[in-house]
Design a protein around this ligand. Structure first.
Ligand code: ZN
Length: 556
């Protein structure tokens, strides 16, 4: 069904392709540079999943495995969430520089009752809240590759498509030609004054029609069937492990936690390639695609059941269809594929797999619960602590006196440190005094990981890091598994570079997702001033400059 949609969209746009007029090549484009940089983020695609499934891929992911493969890529920071992770990929910077410290953080100075700030909202829009917001890149403090290309290549287009608004925003930034994301009902954009491509209403109409029908179950192949084992879930959740993605009509949640969402996201991306003639003009274009279904599948079913197996094999096929479409258009493109963070399986199945310490978090560790306990103990007023939790950044109630804040901070740090599920607690002062690490990311200490997630003024008064194998979900009625920890199962992601004719290479070297942007910049000959990004150009992939020749404006 999704393949048919992709084909239909591609055929629709083919007539536009026939009218294209290629322009003359600009002087500054690096010799032989690709004309279209496709950058794909597969949400929650851990390096553990890559390593496990690599031999079973036969489609697009198998093709990308023929390029330069780093299976020890790192989202190096501690707060391994979607928004920070996507903010690193095309800026070249850690969250300590992008300012995107988490999906949500707390701002007690905001003039609304909801003090939670969503990473991709503009909270100053009247009537907004962190759950009903105006999508905006205002919190991203650095430019993306697509933006930086524009001064040197005025014809360059910066395009993003995603199953999530925050992923599209963080990969494209502030100066964007087209940006589309799934809202739960349709693909929408926050851009104003931009002509709506014809493909958008067509894809939306096709999805609406598909959703009106129930979806039959996918048939697992023997490899996936062997993983089908029903696992009971603690905390009220439904059993998981043997799902096949059968869906009732109009079930939006089941739609997005299935391969359907990725297929439709790629169909929209394919339609935009044709309609905008991406990769067909002289200036290089950037197409960022974030595929969200793997994340929703991971949260809903865990990562080691039949569901994830079906999802990843469908993803492999869908990416293969997308690359075949690019081939058929004769576009000279490169593909970079990575993830915004990794993920971990449900503790119930991990224990069966020989991880005896796997457990769900004690709900008493939430900032609200801990805060009330401590204000009672200390004889203070108010709620004491705020935080998006569980753990992560924790904020002291700003209405307390300076002396009471200090007492509460001391008591809270001690209380968290004493909890058997807590590994470390770092105060904002400790993090501010810690330099951002420049050593290989597999060697970073916990405070170095937390430092890369720290941005003064947005980060909490202290940060709480859980012990390894603790899943920070206790109420499993909505989701059963998650990511977000400072441990390598959440930090380590694949980073794949592919271009037609590229020599195959597999490397164990620990690299970072921040290295992607300077590597792609070198690929298209965009100079970056030394030190202007955290990441390093990868000589295994690009002809890296010995020293950048001209500083590049950075701002926001
Ligand atoms: Zn994510």
């Amino acid at each position: 069904m999704r393949f048919k949609l992709l084909v239909a969209v591609a055929a629709l746009a083919a007539s536009a392709a026939a009218c294209a007029q290629p322009a003359a090549a600009p002087q500054s484009l690096a010799t032989g540079a690709p004309k279209l940089l496709v950058v794909i983020s597969v949400d929650q695609f851990s390096a553990d999943l890559w390593d496990e499934y690599r031999p079973h891929f036969t489609g697009g992911l198998a093709r990308l495995a023929q390029g330069t493969v780093f299976h020890n890529g790192y989202q190096s920071h501690a707060a391994t969430e979607t928004c920070p992770g996507h903010s690193t990929i095309l800026t070249g910077d850690h969250p300590s520089r992008t300012g995107i410290i988490a999906n949500n953080w707390t701002d007690q100075s905001v003039e609304r009752s909801d003090v939670s700030i969503y990473c991709a909202e503009d909270e100053h829009v009247s009537g907004s809240s962190s759950s009903s917001y105006k999508v905006s890149p205002v919190h991203l403090l650095v430019p993306t590759l697509g933006e930086l290309l524009k001064p040197a290549h005025p014809g360059s287009r910066n395009v993003a498509v995603s199953g999530k608004d925050r992923a599209a925003v963080m990969m494209s930034g502030h100066i964007v030609d087209q940006r589309w994301y799934w809202t739960g009902k349709q693909f929408a954009t926050d851009l104003r004054g931009v002509a709506i491509p014809q493909v958008v209403p067509k894809v939306n109409a096709a999805i609406t029609a598909a959703l009106e029908q129930p979806r039959p179950a996918l048939q697992p192949n023997p490899f996936c069937q062997a993983k089908a084992r029903v696992i009971a879930i603690e905390g009220g959740g439904k059993p998981v492990g043997a799902g096949t993605f059968a869906r009732n009509a109009e079930d939006q949640s089941a739609f997005r936690a299935s391969p359907e969402l990725d297929g439709d996201t790629l169909a929209l991306a394919a339609g935009l390639v044709d309609e905008m003639q991406l990769g067909k003009r002289a200036d290089p274009d950037v197409l960022a695609v974030s595929l969200s279904a793997t994340d929703y599948v991971g949260h809903t079913y865990g990562t080691e059941g039949a569901e994830m197996c079906l999802q990843l094999l469908e993803l492999d096929r869908e990416i293969g269809d997308f690359l075949a479409m690019l081939d058929s258009r004769g576009i000279d493109y490169s593909v970079t594929l990575t993830a915004d963070h990794g993920g971990k399986d449900i503790p119930e199945r991990q224990r069966l797999a020989g991880v005896p310490g796997a457990a769900r978090i004690d709900p008493g560790l939430g900032a609200g619960t801990m805060g009330l306990k401590l204000v009672t103990k200390l004889g203070l007023k108010g709620f004491g602590l705020l935080g998006e939790g569980p753990p992560g950044d924790v904020y002291i109630d700003r209405n307390l006196s300076p002396g009471d804040k200090k007492r509460l901070l001391t008591a809270a740090v001690a209380a968290y440190k004493a909890h058997p599920q807590v590994d470390a607690v770092f105060t904002a002062a400790q993090l501010a005094a810690t330099p951002v690490a420049t050593t290989p990311p597999d060697q970073w200490t916990l405070i170095q990981r937390a430092r890369a997630s720290f941005y003064p003024g947005r980060s909490g008064d202290f940060v709480v890091l859980l012990k390894k194998d603790i899943t920070p979900i206790s109420d499993t009625s909505r989701y059963v598994a998650t990511h977000g920890s400072a441990w390598d199962y959440d930090r380590r992601v694949p980073i794949l570079f592919w271009r037609k004719g590229m020599a195959q290479m597999a490397s164990d070297a620990p690299i970072e997702t921040t290295d992607i942007m300077p590597t792609l910049a070198a690929t298209v000959g965009l100079p970056l001033a030394p030190g202007s990004v955290d990441g390093k150009c990868l000589p295994q992939v690009a002809q890296c400059p010995a020293a950048a020749s001209a500083p590049t404006e950075r701002g926001y």
